[in-house]
Design a protein around this ligand. Structure first.
Ligand SMILES: C[S@@+](CC[C@H](N)C(=O)[O-])C[C@H]1O[C@@H](n2cnc3c(N)ncnc32)[C@H](O)[C@@H]1O
Length: 192
């Protein structure tokens, strides 16, 4: 009996070690790729910030006949998918450059005809029909993004930004939940 228990103990120990090593490899891979490619790692928006941003988007789109919501760097799809399930008559589009998060988000959206994920640099995205933009990117990317959006949007757009604000645009609202670590910004941007 005790031999069986020891064997089980070793099996669980080895499974734990393999799991920790795999997670560390994947995590380090994303950190290295993000560092060298100067892109944000695929860290999802979570907790109160996610709840607040999604509630904001919902109150903005719920009364509209149709709206297009895009996530710039859509990661694992965790912002768009809950909205797409709740609002089947609206369109949700995610642009993601990293393969693994993109594939997982495609898999998660397989039964949702109103969601599209593209493996594409969002600086080549089509902003003509966009009503709402979601974004969680590094500060350096945010500063390049603002003038790009000003040139490419065709109507007034509501923008929800996690953590790193646009430096040259005054937000409609700044919502701080835990100091500077859990904060999001709401902007309204019109074509310049
Ligand atoms: C911090 S994650 C945010 C994920 C998701 N938007 C969320 O808030 O849960 C940023 C994502 O943007 C992607 N990304 C960074 N630069 C990009 C670019 N130029 N085009 C497309 N995706 C990009 C990264 O691969 C990463 O998955």
């Amino acid at each position: 009996m005790s031999e069986i228990l020891w064997n089980l103990f070793y099996i669980f120990l080895i499974a734990d070690i393999i799991f920790i090593v795999l997670v560390s490899i994947i995590f380090s891979y994303f950190l290295l790729v993000s560092h060298f490619m100067r892109t944000s790692p695929p860290v999802p928006t979570v907790g109160g910030v996610k709840k607040g941003m999604l509630a904001g988007v919902e109150s903005y789109i719920s009364g509209k006949a149709h709206a297009t919501v895009i996530d710039l760097g859509s990661g694992w799809g965790s912002l768009l998918l809950p909205l797409a399930i709740k609002y089947p008559h609206h369109t949700f589009i995610g642009y993601e450059c990293a393969y693994l998060p993109y594939l997982i988000s495609r898999l998660r959206a397989r039964n949702l005809p109103n969601v599209r994920f593209y493996r594409q640099d969002f600086f080549t995205a089509d902003f003509a029909e966009v009503d709402v933009i979601l974004c969680f990117q590094l500060a350096s990317i945010m500063q390049k993004l603002l003038p790009y959006l000003q040139r490419h949007i065709s109507k007034t757009v509501r923008i929800y930004v996690n953590r790193y604000p646009f430096k040259d645009l005054v937000p409609l609202q700044k919502v701080s939940l835990e100091g500077d670590y859990a904060v999001y910004y709401v902007y309204e941007l019109s074509k310049s």
